[in-house]
Ligand binder design. Structure first.
Ligand code: NDP
Length: 326
């Protein structure tokens, strides 16, 4: 097996020398075990903020993948079947089946299995739970989402449209603005080129925002809070603009805005609703089949390019979910 490992803990933005490709001999699968080969691997933002807590130097980089069973001594996972596994950035793995999830039963032939890492997977579920469980978004409300052309954000905006809301998206390129319009977003702007974020947010929704699906944090957050309506709700999903900071940001804290506008802010992790994942995946798939949930993927070919794909995603190269095809 080829394995991407953490050569050195990230310090600031990740660099090539933080990653090391190793070759590992795998044992023959024993009774109850399977040999897996990666097909699609996910590169996700959480790897950056979780790196210190979840990896030591020399460990495989954390991550999930869609893998194919190529040898099996476990009847639950026959040869040729596909599974979702959380065994990091590696081409092959031997598993006793614990921690493996079969792909959703009835996965349509014409839908790429890579979507099990994107719109019909963890990022899609994150979007759904943020909207329904955290924000309780209601028909007719106005929702703001940032990193809006990404894996989570693009699903957030589309679900909000399905629910009959006005949706405003912030993204980092004009091509992404055009994509959001294709997806049916009511307003979209490029936060890198607007002369004032404050003005862009006001122009997109002069009456303010009922709900804010927060993926970015930092400066964006501080400005966006000023544009919330009274009793507005904020789902704090991510904070990607600060993941590579070497010193933690200190303020300005938005307490006064929170008080004056009587806002409600809640951080969440999608796994809180693990018990309803199967049903939620079926709902996402149904929207996809009805044409209500569109998607793009940013596919990088070749396992050897995983660090480049990861760093590219952190820099906003991806439109839709960033995936590596092994
Ligand atoms: P994306 O597919 O959205 O990719 C990351 C995007 O973030 C980039 O494409 C880039 O888009 C944007 N970005 C990067 N740096 C900055 C910056 N400094 N300021 C603003 N935008 C930036 O990733 P995901 O959809 O997988 O994740 C989106 C967010 O959701 C992340 O914060 C992630 O940590 C979080 N998350 C949280 C989960 C949870 O359970 N709470 C689960 C999954 C994800 P652009 O060109 O627009 O800048």
């Amino acid at each position: 097996a080829k394995v991407w490992t953490l050569a050195k803990h990230f310090d600031g933005f990740p660099k090539d020398s933080d990653f090391k490709l190793k070759v590992e001999e795998l044992p023959e699968p024993k009774d109850g075990e399977v040999l897996l080969e990666s097909v699609f691997l996910s590169v996700d933002p959480y790897v950056r903020p979780f790196s210190r807590a979840h990896m030591k130097e020399g460990d495989p980089i954390i991550g999930s993948q869609v893998a194919k069973v190529i040898q099996s001594k476990n009847p639950v996972f026959p040869v040729g079947s596909h599974v979702l596994g959380n065994f990091g950035w590696r081409t092959h793995a031997v598993s006793d089946g614990s921690g493996l999830t079969p792909i959703m039963p009835g996965w349509p032939q014409d839908v790429s299995l890579s979507l099990a890492l994107g719109s019909i997977g963890m990022p899609g579920l994150t979007a759904l739970y943020g909207i329904e469980e955290v924000l309780g978004l209601q028909k007719g409300e106005t929702l703001l989402v940032n990193a809006a052309a990404g894996a989570v954000g693009s699903v957030v905006g589309q679900i909000a449209k399905i629910k009959g809301c006005k949706v405003v998206g912030s993204v980092g390129s004009d091509a992404k603005v055009a994509y959001l319009k294709e997806l049916g977003f009511d307003e979209a702007f490029n936060y890198k080129t607007v002369s004032s974020l404050d003005e862009a947010l006001r122009k997109a929704s002069p009456e303010g925002y009922d709900c804010f699906f927060e993926n970015v944090g930092g400066h964006f957050s501080t400005v966006a809070l000023q544009h919330m309506k009274s009793f507005g709700r904020i789902a704090v999903c991510g904070s990607i603009s600060v993941y590579n900071d070497t010193t933690p940001q200190t303020g300005p804290y938005p307490h006064l805005t929170m008080i004056v506008k009587q806002l409600k802010m809640e951080g969440f992790v999608q796994s809180r609703w693990e018990h309803i994942h199967p049903e939620s995946l079926r709902r996402l798939m149904a929207w996809l089949k009805e044409g209500k949930l569109q998607y793009r993927e940013h596919i990088t070919k070749g396992f050897e390019n995983m660090p480049a794909a990861f760093m590219g995603m952190l820099q906003g190269e991806n439109l839709g979910k960033a995936i590596v095809a092994a």
